[in-house]
Design a protein around this ligand. Structure first.
Ligand SMILES: Cc1cc2nc3c(=O)[nH]c(=O)nc-3n(C[C@H](O)[C@H](O)[C@H](O)COP(=O)(O)O)c2cc1C
Length: 376
């Protein structure tokens, strides 16, 4: 018999060693999984949703409606890019129902204008992902930010709308803009979707919406951009969603929100304010009927949903590509002045509302499917 050491292959010469730097991290979810592809100004974007149970009737009109809420060019407050965002269903549906096989879809990029980005090919936009992508991969698609563009989020809206079909029909997930710059909307525990959609800025409080819109327009005229925040409220979510240690409900939702472009903060319930409170005020005490009288917890305790509304806020930075001249560097490290071209959102929050909802629905549907195996 040959000794184990003699069976080993001789060490490979160093020239055989290849280091791969591939773009992983394109999948969201654990049981229900979305894997996406595409760049802002390439041929198309799309995705594969795996883990869907068979026999779910899919309302493709509802998916199209959600996409129309996200699409560019919908008002004077957003980028002027125009995309019809029609979904081409490639597999996984038969006679309007899921078959249990991967649901694949594609959305064509019809209004791509890669030439707009000619002057940014070798220049890094301050605040954008150009430099980090270039340095990590040594190559990047510079057209409109390529893979780092929020064009990708159209895929997420499709997946969120599909995931919504798996959740109990009484569950409602509603997001709205509650901050633009230093203008804040009053906190609403039951925001009204008609009121939200009645204003291009997607703030349901009419007076505040007008102030926000005026600020965005004035900012745009100066060639600048402004940040903001979105509040999301989920009602009638079943208790027990989330996993106790590493898959806590806020962690899963937070990870989904931090996948969203330009997000700089997520807070649940009382959030950062909790750090300045006393326990006697922060505890959500129970009434005689067993219901919590307040919701500082934001709908989760111990990482599991309590059955109270799941409430969180998401803060977005001001759009990085602005019309004003700013100092930056090019690929060779030379200092240059950049006056960015292309079509850009002066404030991303109005368009991000349906994306926050989609990520929330997808994450909750994933946790809902997982919860089905928690107890026999
Ligand atoms: C709905 C939405 C639209 C966006 N539109 C633009 C845009 O027009 N121009 C831009 O520079 N950034 C835009 N962004 C933000 C960038 O995609 C993002 O800032 C960039 O990829 C860098 O990533 P980071 O800010 O997450 O670090 C948008 C973000 C969202 C959510």
């Amino acid at each position: 018999m040959t000794a184990a050491s003699e069976q080993r292959l001789p060490p490979r010469p160093l020239k055989w060693v290849v280091i791969f730097v591939s773009m992983a991290g394109n999948t969201l979810g654990k049981h229900l999984r979305l894997t996406t592809f595409g760049e802002s100004h390439g041929n198309s974007i799309g995705g594969i949703i795996d883990g869907l149970p068979a026999g779910v009737e899919i309302d493709t009109e509802a998916v199209a409606f959600e996409l129309s809420r996200r699409k560019p060019g919908q008002s004077k407050l957003t980028t002027a890019r125009r995309e019809s965002d029609e979904v081409e269903w490639l597999s996984g549906l038969w006679e309007g129902k899921t078959t249990g096989s991967p649901l694949a879809f594609r959305i064509a990029n019809k209004d791509a204008r890669p030439k707009d980005y000619g002057n940014m090919q070798d220049v890094y936009r301050p605040g954008h992902a150009d430099r980090t992508y270039q340095e990590k991969y040594g190559i990047r698609d510079p057209r409109g930010g390529g893979r780092s563009s929020a064009r990708e989020t159209a895929n997420w809206v499709v997946a969120g709308a599909i995931a919504g079909h798996l959740l109990p029909s009484e569950l409602k997930c509603i997001a709205y803009v509650d901050q633009v710059g230093t203008i804040y909307a009053p906190a609403l525990s039951t925001p009204d979707t008609t009121e939200i959609e009645a204003h291009p800025v997607r703030c349901p409080h009419a007076e505040t919406a007008q102030e926000m819109e005026a600020l965005i327009k004035a900012t745009m005229e100066k060639g600048d951009s402004v940040g903001g925040a979105i509040r999301c409220v989920v009602t009638a979510a079943p208790a027990g969603l989330g996993e106790p240690v590493f898959g806590k409900l806020p962690a899963r939702l937070g990870a989904a929100m931090f996948s969203l472009n330009a997000v700089k903060g997520v807070e649940f319930g009382s959030g950062f304010q909790a750090g300045s409170m006393f326990g006697s005020a922060h505890n959500d005490t129970y009434d005689a009927g067993g219901l919590p009288v307040s919701n500082h917890a934001g709908g989760s305790l111990g990482g599991l949903s309590t059955g109270a509304p799941i409430e969180f806020r998401v803060a977005f930075k001001p759009t990085s590509t602005i019309g004003q001249k700013q100092q930056t560097i090019d690929r060779s490290g030379q200092v240059v002045q950049l006056e960015a071209k292309g079509r850009h959102d002066p404030c991303v929050v109005p368009r991000a509302v349906p994306i926050v909802e989609a990520l929330t629905l997808f994450t909750l549907a994933d946790l809902y499917l997982i919860s089905k195996t928690d107890r026999l």
